[in-house]
Design a protein around this ligand. Structure first.
Ligand code: ZN
Length: 473
């Protein structure tokens, strides 16, 4: 199986085209669009397209639409190159890595790529997975070829990569390269070649398969190639269950999302709704059914957790105390200064004063002029409770750029290792487990600027990024 070669037009004649387009004030003719389409995407074609004045009054809507397609194919071509380069970077970085630090280096590679492209480590991780498959030497090399020609969209390439990853996972950890080749070849045979069948390789005329149709075809193909997949996906969905929290401080609300097996979710929702409905029927002028569901959920969960804890010896509830940062004048209601719950966000000063009276909240007073909070220090390795709480108020998140792991779930790292570096406010910062590992095992360096409160991170391959989440005020 291979993708037939593109019609080739001498690049020099493509470049001469740019001159003609330019001489016409950016107007391109239909025959010239045909020539570019037959050439297929690339640097020379991009150079001509860039010289086209897409708003030219003599350009018909039909030709403008053709130009959109040419640009879209350029985008696919760029994506193909980016994936190939991503793969090349990963291979070199792994080749340079010491064997004993392989896992940390893998995490480090995703972190560097995420920083360099501004996309975050999670997205970079999935790009790396796609690049291992969709690259000139990967198991989906033909998919890479089609992307390079602009014959498939990047979303189809991504779906094929995900599906191939699924099929390879399904083979288990002892799968041979031959087995992996067999499943990825079947996948491409069933989907890729039908996806490009309407495009004439000689002229480039035609449209790619629609997204939804390709998605269905990929699902069908994967289920044929690997009939056990449905059961496996169900098991994985079960594995991905969880409860997540997202604060909306501006509205004084927070969203709790629960991802649950569908049977559990349905049962729970029906119980909630039954009770809420019967309470609502008793007092129709009272809270709505939706509001009652919320009230019942809170009291049910809080009571159930206490019951579970009493019945079984679950671990103690962590004694994390919520910090509240405000200035003295605001606390005394002399002014309406800024108040914040570290890691959650700014809150209304009146609400802050109410919370400050509650013993569960630990209040940190800052100067309204500098935003500075008082310091505590220690000569021991383990920071005092007071110092830990201080750091959590100062740095609400892990100090790695873009990481939003809440400070109270992080470890306190000595920026300069103890005992060379002391256990002080200046030498401590919160790091999540993952970013702590990068610093300890993968040659990432952190440097804190005490004046500005910023941390500069330098990656093993020299990407330097300043994590400049502003201090509370
Ligand atoms: Zn982190």
């Amino acid at each position: 199986m291979s993708v037939s070669p593109a019609a080739s037009v001498a690049p020099s004649s493509v470049l001469a085209l740019r001159e003609r387009v330019h001489a016409r004030g950016g107007l391109i003719l239909e025959a010239e669009i045909d020539l570019l389409r037959a050439q297929g995407p690339g640097g020379a074609v991009g150079y001509v397209l860039e010289g086209v004045f897409g708003d030219h009054p003599d350009l018909s809507a039909a030709l403008r639409l053709q130009l959109v397609q040419l640009w879209q194919r350029q985008g696919a071509w760029v994506e193909a190159h980016e994936l190939a380069q991503t793969r090349a970077f990963e291979q070199q970085a792994l080749a340079d890595a010491p064997r004993d630090a392989f896992d940390a280096v893998r995490g480090s590679i995703a972190a560097e790529l995420g920083l360099m492209t501004g996309s975050g480590a999670g997205f970079a991780h999935s790009r790396l997975e796609a690049a291992r498959l969709v690259s000139p030497t990967g198991l989906l090399a033909e998919t890479h070829q089609c992307l390079l020609r602009g014959w498939i969209t990047s979303s189809i390439a991504r779906m094929l990569a995900d599906a191939a990853g699924d099929l390879i996972d399904g083979l288990g950890s002892k799968a041979t390269l031959e087995q992996m080749k067999a499943v990825t070849e079947q996948l491409q045979a069933r989907v890729l070649f039908t996806s490009i069948k309407d495009i004439d390789p000689a002229t480039g005329i035609g449209i790619p398969r629609a997204y939804a149709s390709a998605r269905d075809a990929i699902n069908r193909a994967v289920n044929r190639i690997d009939p056990d997949r449905a059961a496996r996906r169900k098991a994985r969905a079960h594995h991905e269950r969880g409860v997540f929290f997202r604060p909306l401080p501006d509205e004084g609300l927070a969203i709790i999302t629960a991802t649950l097996p569908i049977a559990d979710a349905t049962e729970m929702f029906e119980h909630l709704s039954d009770l809420a409905q019967s309470l609502h029927d008793e007092t129709p002028d009272g809270p709505t059914v939706a509001q009652l569901r919320a009230d019942i959920l809170v009291s049910a969960v809080c009571r159930a957790v206490d019951l579970l804890r009493d019945g079984k010896s679950l671990p103690e509830r962590p004694t994390w105390r919520v910090g509240l940062v405000m200035d003295l004048a605001t606390l005394m209601a002399l002014r309406e200064g800024k108040s914040e719950l570290p890691g959650i966000g700014e809150i209304d000063p009146e609400l802050a004063r109410i919370l400050a009276e509650d013993a569960q909240w630990q209040t940190f007073i800052h100067s309204p002029l500098t935003g500075e909070i008082l310091d505590q220090g220690s000569a021991t390795y383990r920071p005092s409770e007071k110092l830990r709480n201080f750091i959590r108020a100062r740095d609400p998140h892990c100090t790695f750029p873009g990481c939003r792991k809440r400070s109270h779930r992080c470890q306190l790292d000595h920026i300069t290792p103890f005992p060379t570096g002391p256990t002080t406010r200046a030498n401590l910062h919160p790091l999540c487990q993952h970013h702590h590992n990068l610093k300890t095992h993968a040659q990432w360096q952190a440097e804190r600027d005490h004046e500005l409160g910023t941390t500069t991170w330098t990656s093993p391959h020299g990407v330097a990024v300043i994590a400049d989440d502003p201090p509370p005020f």
